[in-house]
Ligand binder design. Structure first.
Ligand code: CTP
Length: 399
């Protein structure tokens, strides 16, 4: 039984929120409701107050009992919050951190998981602004239950229709169940790219953004794990650390190795999502290398860097060790070799030769390789979804 705050905003699907509240109550959850002004035009607060036996927060300025700040009280009370339906307007405000109504103000003060269920006109949903805001919310760790394709209130079909109340309630229950799957487990995730410094201003780097690794770290956090992220160079923003998230920043392969090797013995899972530089410059120049003439050439000699996965894979005791294989050709064959050579329990192979998958994009298409199992290919989907599926597979491997 959990304490759930249901936030209702101004979308025609608001009436369905009443059924969501009923279903959650039937599943023995305690429910309280917050509504925007627009939502109160679509469904009556009195209905929700009588269902929940609790006043509905519709106005931040209504006098409260002495010493009470109702929105903070609700934010602290919530084990989970769900915005159902979430209008384009509220999604935009949440993405920016605006707090100017009971819903956005309460949610900005809420430290526990927030599920967002968008419901709107199909053109509004596909607007670049809405998609950008949803991507930002995903990046911020909010959980989005995507709308479905179907009949819209406008009389035509399209994306943007809210899933049925039973689907929403089941989604929330599955989420709550999954949140303890990795309780008391430590998941070590490397992400981003490591670099080979040449001189104080230059380095050899790679295109890794850190998106795939962060999707995995986020999924592990959602499953209740303590997550240690070792991040090389990335092009995404990582959130602040908290009591279950530790972030270490590194630059070189050697630094990444040392950071991971320190944490590996006490970890239960290692996922090497980082694009690790295989070479380092043999003689780092500690002053900026100068160009003396227009036709000058420069030879750089590279020496091997440590193979982190192979080294830690060989040391594993109880840990599940997962690597990636970024390939541009003979993907499965190369990945299969890495599975054995690196002592990994699983290799996630991805083709990085195309524009659609691989480095610095939001989607990916992967094939899982495990010892004594046929390769398993997943369809092209978001890195967030792959992160969640991967962590599910890995947690099952632990059993
Ligand atoms: N990896 C590592 N240390 C390295 C190189 C790679 O730990 N020095 C890890 C990566 O994080 C990834 C896996 O090994 O999980 C495979 O990385 P990939 O770059 O695909 O392969 P390499 O081992 O570098 O081999 P190649 O570059 O020849 O494909």
């Amino acid at each position: 039984m959990a304490k759930i705050v249901v936030h209702i905003t101004g979308s025609v699907a608001a009436f369905k929120a009443v059924t969501v509240v009923r279903l959650l109550q039937k599943q023995h959850h305690q429910v309280r409701v917050v509504m925007t002004k627009a939502a109160t035009q679509l469904v009556g607060p009195a209905t929700l107050a009588s269902l929940t036996h609790y006043p509905v927060l519709t106005d931040l300025w209504k006098p409260a009992a002495a010493g009470q700040i109702p929105h903070i009280g609700l934010a602290d009370w919530a084990d989970y919050s769900i915005v159902v339906p979430a209008s384009a307007d509220v999604i935009a405000k949440l993405a920016l951190g605006i707090a100017d109504d009971p819903v956005t103000t309460t949610l900005l003060a809420t430290p526990t998981p927030i599920v967002i269920v968008p419901a709107m006109n199909t053109h509004m949903y596909h607007q670049a602004a809405t998609q950008r805001n949803l991507a930002q919310l995903r990046q911020d760790g909010k959980i989005i239950l995507d709308p479905v394709h179907g009949q819209l209130a406008e009389g035509y079909t399209g994306d943007g229709r809210m899933p049925e109340p039973a689907t929403i309630a089941n989604f929330l229950n599955d989420l709550m169940a999954s949140e303890t799957t990795l309780a008391n487990k430590t998941v070590l995730v490397s992400l981003g790219g490591t670099v080979a410094p040449i001189d104080p201003v230059r380095f050899i780097g790679n295109r890794s953004s850190g998106k795939m690794g962060w999707a995995i770290a986020k999924a592990a956090l959602q499953m209740g794990a303590h997550v240690i992220v070792v991040a090389g160079r990335i092009s995404i923003n990582l959130p602040a650390e908290n009591d279950r998230l530790t972030i270490k920043r590194v630059q070189t392969t050697q630094e990444m190795y040392e950071a991971l090797a320190k944490e590996f013995p006490k970890s239960d899972i290692l996922v090497m999502a980082a694009a690790v530089a295989d070479f380092q410059v043999s003689s780092y120049t500690d002053q900026k290398i100068k160009k003396h003439s227009a036709d000058q050439t420069l030879d750089l000699h590279l020496k091997p860097a440590v193979d982190i996965l192979k080294t830690l894979g060989a040391q594993k005791s109880h840990q599940i060790v997962v690597g990636f294989a970024a390939e541009t050709q003979a993907v499965l064959q190369n990945a299969q070799q890495k599975l054995a050579a690196k002592h990994a329990d699983m290799i996630v192979a991805n083709d990085v030769s195309g524009q659609q998958t691989g480095f610095n994009v939001d989607d990916n298409q992967v094939t899982l390789l495990r010892k004594d199992q046929a390769p398993e290919t997943w369809p092209l989907t978001s890195k967030t979804a792959i992160g969640q599926r991967l962590m599910n597979v890995i947690s099952k491997m632990m059993e």
